[in-house]
Design a protein around this ligand. Structure first.
Ligand code: UTP
Length: 289
């Protein structure tokens, strides 16, 4: 059973400077909700209530966001409209959230290694704190369902256009079913000629504790950081690793253009202003065409 989730959120967010100089990119709001709240919600909706956030320097607002705020609560309690009060209380009570600090930003592999004591000898989910997935069935739940069947590490992937493979980590291997592949090669940012497929790693994983031994044996790689993809390479030699094409759409808010697209798409789904927002978009499109 997968009971625990790790959310790495200690990175520097350099692609989103200057916004991320003094605030975590994981707290950048998609309309009115911090990105990491969507991520925590996905874990909770997948049946997980024990969450470890990998935090670091300048990330205190993440802890504050999921904590009680008595002054705000008492102000909101006096208002006739109870919706904000209820939402603020709900956020503080979403899950059992723990924190550990990654003192040096040594890469995603190193961030996950910080979870080894908390995780113990169980499989666990990893949800990147800067990636949201919009789907009918929460994507972590989709991976857990596959884990229950195969009992090995599972990585979420999504199909990307062949000419865009060089932006992603790409997984290739032997087909098990329409959605599942036994991974035999993992290449970080390959050229379209080198790419073993067009399946891009999508920021969600179920990992067995064997990953910690793999990380221990992974030397620093790209950017002088311990890369999770390199550790998965080692893991793949010791036990089966499966990629699971997700049903849903992934949004990586860590880069500015994708953040903008995410904001627009999420705004178009909001009942209270989607119609007004759509007519505004049409208007400015006309102005620009
Ligand atoms: P990214 O590589 O996208 O984040 O990591 P980054 O390093 O913050 O971004 P740039 O490249 O400088 O713009 C994906 C997730 O893993 C976390 C990040 O916080 C992000 O949520 N992460 C990354 C860590 O927790 N620790 C690390 O050492 C690196």
């Amino acid at each position: 059973m997968v009971r625990k989730a790790i959310i790495p959120a200690a990175g520097l967010g350099t692609r989103f400077l200057p916004a991320t100089k003094a605030q975590p990119k994981e707290m950048l709001p998609i309309i009115d909700t911090p990105t990491i709240q969507y991520v925590v919600q996905e874990a909770v909706d997948s049946g997980i209530d024990d969450i470890l956030i990998i935090s670091g320097k300048g990330k205190r607002t993440i802890e504050d966001h999921f904590d009680r705020n008595y002054e705000l609560e008492s102000r909101l309690a006096q208002k006739e409209d109870e919706s904000f009060y209820n939402e603020v209380m709900r956020i503080a009570d979403m899950a059992n959230i723990h924190y550990i600090r990654q003192k040096e930003v040594n890469g995603l592999g190193d961030a996950i290694y910080h979870a080894r004591q908390h995780v113990g000898d169980e499989p666990f989910a990893v949800l990147l704190g800067d990636t949201v997935v919009s789907s009918v069935i929460p994507v972590t739940q989709q991976l857990i369902d596959t884990y229950e069947q195969y009992r090995c590490s599972i990585i979420a992937v999504e199909e990307v256009p062949k000419d865009k493979v060089s932006r992603y980590g790409i997984a290739g291997g032997k087909n098990i079913s329409e959605k599942l592949v036994e991974v035999q090669s993992l290449i970080e940012k390959p050229s379209p000629e080198q790419a073993p497929s067009n399946l891009a790693i999508a920021g969600r994983y179920i990992l067995t504790p064997e990953i910690f031994r793999a990380i221990e044996n992974t030397p620093k790689g790209k950017g002088n950081e311990v890369q999770l993809t390199d550790a998965l390479h080692l893991l793949m030699k010791r036990e089966m690793l499966i990629s699971n094409t997700i049903e849903g759409k992934r949004y990586d808010i860590g880069n500015k253009l994708d953040f903008l697209k995410t904001t627009v798409e999420f705004a178009l789904k909001r009942k209270e202003f989607s119609a007004d927002f759509l007519s505004y978009l049409k208007e400015i499109l006309q102005e620009h065409s």
